[in-house]
Design a protein around this ligand. Structure first.
Ligand SMILES: [Mg+2]
Ligand SMILES: [Zn+2]
Length: 200
C-alpha cells in the first residue's frame, strides 16, 4: 500500500507566534490549534486516491515543558472532528516526543524517530504494510524533505517561498521532488503524479 506522510505544523495547522517567549512554534493550547484552509478537502482527496494518510511529526513540546501529555491527544480529536463533516480521515499518527535538550528526563534522548531521522516513517511502513518507495512525504521543513528522501519517498515541499530554505538542506543539492503552495495544491500534484505513473 502507498501512503502520504504529512508533517503537521505548517501543513495541517498554522504555526503560532508565541509573543510571551518571542518564538514561532507549534500551538501550545487547544484554542491555538486550527486547521488550515482546504486541508479537509486535500485529505479527502488522498483518501479517495487510496493512499493511507499518516501524520509524522516531531512534537517536542512536552519534552520542553510547553504543554502537558494530554494536549496532543486533544489536538488529534479536534483535527478528526474538523475532518469528519468533509468525509476525510487520518489513518494513523506517529509523533516523536523526544528532544536532545528536553527538560523532561525520560524524553531527553537522541532518537532515530526525530526527523530528519526516518524512524516514524519506517515504523508506519512496518505497522501498516506500506511501500515507502511508492509513498509521498509532504512537509514545510527541510527536515521533512531530508527524511522523506532518505526513506525513499517522493517529497513535496509546502511553502510560498519557492523553497528558499532548500539552500540549507543536507546533503547540499538535495531537492524536493515537487513544490506546492499548500496541502490542497500538494494533493493535486500527487494526484497527477499517480496518474502519470499509472500511464507510464
Ligand atoms: Mg512543519
Ligand atoms: Zn524520537
Amino acid at each position: 500500500m502507498r501512503a502520504v506522510f504529512l508533517d503537521r505544523d505548517g501543513v495541517i495547522n498554522p504555526l503560532i507566534y508565541h509573543k510571551d517567549v518571542g518564538i514561532i512554534d507549534s500551538p501550545f493550547t487547544l484554542a491555538q490549534f486550527r486547521v488550515l484552509a482546504r486541508v479537509p478537502q486535500a485529505i479527502r482527496r488522498f483518501n479517495n486516491l487510496g493512499l493511507a494518510v499518516v501524520i509524522v511529526s516531531n512534537q517536542p513540546g512536552i519534552a520542553k515543558g510547553h504543554f502537558g501529555r494530554d494536549l496532543l491527544e486533544k489536538f488529534d480529536r479536534k483535527l478528526r472532528a474538523t475532518l469528519k463533516p468533509f468525509g476525510a480521515r487520518i489513518d494513523a499518527t506517529y509523533y516523536c516526543l523526544h528532544h536532545p535538550e528536553a527538560v523532561v528526563n525520560e524524553l531527553r534522548q537522541r532518537c532515530q524517530c526525530r526527523k530528519p531521522g526516518i524512524g516514524l516513517l519506517t515504523a508506519a511502513a512496518c505497522d501498516l504494510g506500506l511501500s515507502l518507495s511508492e509513498s509521498y512525504m509532504v512537509g514545510d521543513g527541510i527536515t521533512d524533505v531530508e527524511a522523506g528522501t532518505r526513506a525513499g519517498c517522493r517529497t513535496v515541499f509546502v511553502g510560498r517561498w519557492k523553497c528558499e530554505i532548500c539552500q540549507f538542506i543536507h546533503p547540499h543539492g538535495l531537492h524536493p521532488t515537487f513544490l506546492a503552495k499548500d496541502l490542497w495544491q500538494a494533493s493535486r500534484v500527487i494526484q497527477s503524479d499517480l496518474h502519470a505513473s499509472a500511464v507510464a
